[in-house]
Design a protein around this ligand. Structure first.
Ligand code: GRF
Length: 205
């Protein structure tokens, strides 16, 4: 891993996780820098945050390629051109393909807004609310070839309150999720991490 660690962040939306990472990376002691931000759609509002911070951006839309594997190859090339140590999906609403996973195996992380393995997919907070769980939360994990199935690095729980609607619960999760992402990623780049099977341990070997 280079010092500071080189991060490429992938987004689809507003980019509040990206904003938190950009802020953290302003401190040289944090140990990482965001070297590029990619999106799967030009409307991703987080792209403007990156541009304001002087970070290069790129957009790769699935729809402009004849096959999804062509998109996967183009995305892989775009990300690889920035020579990342870690690739972070932060609200990136696409499953990448085999080429991307092979290139960034063990170095592609995702933050998801549920306590996995409960509620994978893109409706985590809604499904948590409908199910009636009393604890919701967020999970940072190493992406594998499943949907939200990879080895879990960190989890944070937040209460589901009686009067919560989707907006309130989603926002409470996002606050905790951002803190977890910044805190855990910082430890990973500064202290290292080990993966044994499904068990992830932060710190040196
Ligand atoms: C996060 O809660 C993420 O888990 C979910 O979408 C949200 C992205 O938020 N998939 P933002 O774009 O970082 O604000």
């Amino acid at each position: 891993m280079t010092t500071p660690a080189r991060l490429v962040v992938l987004i689809s939306g507003g980019g509040s996780n990206l904003a938190a990472l950009l802020r953290a990376c302003e401190d040289p002691g944090y140990g990482a820098e965001v070297v590029a931000v990619g999106a799967d759609r030009p409307s991703a509002a987080g792209l403007a945050l990156a541009e304001a911070a002087g970070v290069p951006t790129f957009v790769e839309r699935v729809g402009v390629y004849p096959e999804r594997t062509d998109w996967d190859a183009a995305l892989t090339d775009q990300v690889a051109a920035h020579e990342p140590d870690l690739v972070i999906a932060a609200g990136f609403l696409k499953l990448v393909g085999p080429r991307f996973l092979a290139e960034f195996s063990g170095r592609y992380l995702n933050t998801h807004n549920s306590l996995l393995p409960a509620f994978p997919g893109i409706h985590g907070p809604k499904e948590a609310l409908e199910y009636g769980v009393k604890l919701a939360g967020a999970t940072l994990f190493v992406v594998d070839d499943g949907m939200d199935t990879g080895a879990i690095i960190a989890q944070v729980a937040v209460p589901v309150l009686d009067d919560d609607d989707l907006e309130a619960l989603t926002e409470r999760i996002k606050v905790a999720e951002r803190e977890q992402l910044v805190h855990t990623l910082g430890r990973m780049v500064r202290e290292g991490w080990q993966v044994q099977g499904r068990r992830v341990r932060l710190g040196p070997a």
